[in-house]
Ligand binder design. Structure first.
Ligand SMILES: *Cc1c(COP(=O)(O)O)cnc(C)c1O
Length: 383
């Protein structure tokens, strides 16, 4: 083992055209936001997903912030968010002085437990923010039904789920708004990047304004107004066209990327099934009505101690594995909002036991075999 190289948890993989496209946008002379490649990315995503409007942003975090601005979230408003998610899902709304109401997750998909949703709704609820964990769809039929009855907007945090489907329909097309991430750790990347998907056409014009520093610059470029001016609140949420060039190369290679990730996911699943059963370890659950985009592969160990032991066992063989998320309701900020141990028992339990295995587009067959062999050597001592 000693001559072998480190297997990282994640490694970005250029698909081939990234450098040529960066060169092209430099030659075109428009490397700020909304250049040629940004428009290509918008068109590709709108066509593929069938979304009314897609706007690239500098991150998924920024797309979530735009969503909170678009929904006019105000101090005193509440929003319902899983405790088991990345900080930004909550912070974007907290930035508008809203209060997070944390919902627990289902033990199978680790998505928010729709059965608990209705009880958490109050007259102050301004948004429901489901996260499609690992790109496996939340129970959108139930969530959209409840949201519709109370007329509460749904914002899908689809950072993991681009091209995933729930009952044949693309994730990110259910809520009035949805957000994507193109961070280095996601299926498609330009380093740092994101997108806002707009399904409610009434929100499109204001989204363009908020993204362009609160000006009507987009309308000016379309010749709809003859001067552009300050018309609303806003910030600068556009990525450089050089980043869009990198992203476009990745999105164009989507079939190849998804095929690679599917092979990696299935290989883990097939080779670890027997070991998992023998050791009381749970593998990911993907319901039949969900098409996953193969974002990650995780294990649920029987205990925190065993999870830490497996991390150390893999690290000793230069294999990097990671865990996430620490329950948001028990973080310093979560406690500030009243979070207490026991509020979200499934989240608290899963957070201690979950382990993510190395998973990236360029993970070779040999390296994956090394990971699998190392895991199979690891026996959980029962009792
Ligand atoms: C990665 C991630 C984000 C944040 O994405 P950025 O593009 O890094 O801002 C938000 N939510 C979830 C669920 C994520 O996994």
């Amino acid at each position: 083992m000693d001559s072998m190289s480190r297997i990282p948890f994640n490694k970005p993989a250029p698909m081939g055209n990234e450098y040529a496209y960066i060169h092209q946008t430099m030659e075109l002379g428009h490397i700020s936001g909304d250049g040629a490649f940004t428009k290509k990315c918008h068109a590709l995503l709108e066509t593929e997903l069938g979304v009314s409007k897609v706007l690239l942003t500098s991150s998924c975090t920024h797309a979530l912030e735009m969503a909170a601005l678009l929904l006019d979230v105000q101090p005193g408003d509440e929003f319902i968010v899983p405790s088991f998610t990345f900080v930004s899902t909550a912070n974007a709304f907290v930035l508008r002085s809203a209060r997070p109401v944390f919902i627990d997750i289902r033990p199978d998909t680790l998505n928010l437990d729709e059965a608990q949703l209705e009880d958490l709704i109050t007259t102050h609820t301004r948004a429901i923010v489901p996260v499609h964990y690992a790109g496996v769809g939340c129970e959108m039929d139930a969530i959209m039904d409840i949201a519709g009855r109370y007329r509460i907007p749904v914002v899908e945090d689809n950072a993991h789920g681009l091209f995933g489907k729930y009952r044949g329909r693309y994730l990110g097309t259910f809520g009035c708004l949805a957000t994507q991430s193109f961070h280095e750790t996601k299926n498609f990347t330009c380093g740092e990047g994101g997108a806002l998907l707009i399904n409610d056409r009434a929100l499109i014009e204001r989204a363009e304004i908020i993204r362009e520093k609160g000006t009507n610059r987009s309308r000016f470029f379309r010749g709809q107004v003859d001067k552009y001016t300050w018309v609303d609140v806003g910030s600068s949420y556009l990525p450089s066209d050089m980043l869009a060039a990198v992203l476009f190369a990745q999105l164009e290679a989507r079939e190849q990327i998804q095929a690679q990730r599917q092979r990696i996911w299935r290989c883990y699943y097939e080779h670890l099934q027997g070991w998992a059963e023998a050791n009381g370890i749970r593998l990911p659950v993907v319901p039949a009505h969900c098409d996953q985009p193969y974002h990650m592969f995780y294990l649920l160990l029987p205990s925190l101690e065993q999870r830490q032991d497996l991390i150390a066992h893999l690290r000793a063989q230069d294999i990097m594995s990671v865990f996430h998320y620490l329950p948001l309701h028990l973080s310093d900020m979560g406690r500030h909002f009243g979070g207490q141990p026991g509020d979200c028992p499934v989240t608290e339990d899963v957070s201690d036991r979950l382990l993510r295995l190395p998973f990236y587009n360029g993970l070779t067959v040999d390296d994956q075999e090394r990971v699998i062999t190392a895991i199979q050597e690891f026996q959980v001592i029962q009792g």
